[in-house]
Design a protein around this ligand. Structure first.
Ligand code: NAD
Ligand code: AKB
Length: 317
């Protein structure tokens, strides 16, 4: 019997991953925790608690009390927020991960750990087109530095202590259930909210800035596939590239115009432009496809339709 702890369950990914895991393992076996109260559909249907990943004592207590066997550690400060509070972000991102890795080392009942990395591990010296699994990783953001350091630690704990830790370098994730938490790819979610609310959007990135993105359902499916794969299939113990689809603000605004013909976009790039320019435009995820079968199914046309429908429904509620 698995008992799964999600840390950061109220966030953009956690709010959907918790529900997906509860469908598989049963509501009572998936424990949602965060610094803030998660959404009603999470807090009403299964166990949840306020828990700070930096509070080691409470963390150990919680894990033992609930006989936790798997941890999904999602809590982090994302790229644009981290640039505003670099040292604090470094502490949250790194100390949080080290607490979880150490916990898995000390408590043998914890069989598996998931920790997400990001395309932010790449930097201005990385080849930007079809970026390979193994390439130059010299990130220029504090978020990217914390992710590349985290990847190295995950591999270290696997090799030296046998911790079954698994990871994906997510691209920018697109969803409407929970708004994103302060990243550079957030424009690709905000644009849908503003299109529905006001019919116009001022974008903080330039028109032709391409970035790899993925619709949330594909990201959740990939995460579950990775975590359910047999350990011998997992050949990369740092983190797997995940490709998704690549598009620019101009591409997405043209798609929105097919549904809202009067939609207007203007451009006013800020410090996030430099971050975006340091990241890949597209990602090669052959290795993840070969090892455990990741697949991108939602392309930009369908993503636009799903986002507009989802945001409209959310705003009318
Ligand atoms: P988010 O900001 O939406 O959610 C993070 C959650 O963590 C928040 O609900 C926050 O309250 C919680 N949290 C923060 N500090 C905490 C602490 N000390 N203890 C417990 N909870 C704490 O982020 P997200 O988009 O859901 O991202 C989750 C993970 O996936 C992060 O590690 C992020 O770096 C990674 N990731 C996300 C994306 C994306 O596009 N969303 C892309 C690449 C990687
Ligand atoms: C961000 O923009 O910070 C995140 C990410 C790609 O890691 N969405």
């Amino acid at each position: 019997m698995e008992n799964i702890l999600i840390i950061g369950a109220a966030g953009q990914i956690g709010s959907e991953l918790t529900l997906a895991l509860r469908k598989i393992y049963g509501n009572e076996h998936v424990f949602a925790t965060d610094l803030i109260k998660p959404s009603k559909d999470i807090s009403k249907e299964g166990p949840w608690a306020i828990l700070d990943v930096l509070d080691n004592k409470r963390l150990v207590h919680y894990v033992i009390r609930h006989k936790i066997t798997q941890i999904y550690h999602l809590a982090a400060v994302l790229s644009s927020n981290a640039e505003r509070i670099p040292i604090q972000a470094w502490n949250i991102n790194m100390d949080g991960l080290m607490n979880i890795l150490d916990l898995a080392k000390e408590i043998p009942e914890i069989k598996k750990v998931f920790w997400p990395s990001s395309i932010a591990v790449f930097g201005p010296t990385t080849p930007r087109q079809n970026t390979p699994q193994l390439t130059i990783t010299e990130p220029s953001t504090v978020y990217g530095i914390s992710k590349i350091a985290g990847e190295r630690w995950c591999e270290y704990y696997y090799k030296n202590y046998g911790i079954d830790v698994r990871s994906i370098r997510y691209p920018g994730l697109i969803s409407y259930k929970t708004e994103p938490g302060g990243g550079t790819t957030d424009y690709a979610v905000e644009i849908f909210y503003e299109a529905v609310r006001t019919g116009k959007y001022e974008c903080f990135l330039e028109k032709d800035t391409y970035l790899p993105m993925m619709f949330m359902s594909d990201a959740i499916q990939a995460t579950i596939n990775l975590m359910e794969a047999k350990p011998e299939k997992i050949k990369v113990r740092s983190s797997y590239n995940l490709g998704g689809v690549s598009f620019s603000p101009d591409d997405i605004s043209k798609e929105i115009k097919k549904h809202i013909p009067d939609f207007e976009i203007t451009y006013n790039p800020d410090f996030r432009q430099q971050i975006a320019e340091s990241w890949p435009e597209s990602i090669d995820d052959k290795k993840a496809q070969e090892d455990w079968g990741c697949k991108t199914t939602v392309e930009i046309e369908e993503m636009t339709k799903l986002m507009l429908e989802g945001v409209k429904e959310k705003l009318t509620k």
